[in-house]
Design a protein around this ligand. Structure first.
Ligand code: IMP
Ligand code: MG
Length: 174
């Protein structure tokens, strides 16, 4: 049986933080050519919430990536769908749901940097910094959280619970 408990981050806490991040980004990207890239699937809700609160003009794109943990290695990232937009001369902002080991974002970041954007920054809603194995520079972080598996607000366990409006700690019970 699986159990999803009471909110770890409530709808109100989430909304307040998304607004704060959007305000910061709006100021930092004034007059720039912002391309916001959402990393799917996990970031789909956070992405749609934050872009609606960013007040500077922007274009959007998405990519779909997933990482597989392998024994005795850091895990392998698979890119299922790549961006369509040209990043040259764009101020790219990667938008992610959660950074754990950092493997996924590091892979995506290096791939996009190779294509020569004008700038590249990263915004993640959650950061499990205690689990980091690859150092990735994070420019905007919603919440730093302890090493717990969380679901909701786009985040899943086995592709479920993404539609929970709040974030909850997830534990599997026998
Ligand atoms: P990383 O490559 O280890 O940083 O893993 C990042 C990806 O793992 C995220 O984009 C999520 O899809 C997934 N992930 C990591 N921690 C959690 C969690 O607590 N809940 C749900 N998904 C997670
Ligand atoms: Mg993700």
């Amino acid at each position: 049986m699986v159990v999803v408990g009471k909110p770890f981050l409530t709808v109100e806490q989430i909304q307040k933080k998304v607004k704060e991040l959007a305000d910061q980004i709006s100021g930092d990207y004034e007059g720039k050519d912002l391309l916001a890239i959402g990393i799917l699937k996990g970031a789909f809700i956070f992405f749609s919430d934050i872009v609606r609160l960013i007040r500077t003009p922007l274009t959007i794109d998405f990519l779909i990536a997933s990482s597989y943990l392998k024994a005795e290695s850091l895990g392998e990232v698979k890119l299922h769908y790549d961006i369509r937009e040209d990043v040259i001369d764009k101020d790219v902002l990667l938008i992610e749901d959660i950074v754990d080991t950092g493997v996924t974002l590091n892979y995506i970041r290096e791939r996009i940097l190779m294509r020569g954007p004008k700038s590249l920054k990263i915004c993640t809603f959650l950061d499990k910094s205690g689990r980091r194995e690859v150092d990735v520079p994070l420019d905007y972080v919603g919440f730093s959280i302890p090493n717990e598996f969380v679901v909701g607000y786009g985040l899943d366990y086995d592709n479920k619970f993404r539609n929970l409006p709040y974030i909850s700690v997830f534990r599997k019970t026998a």
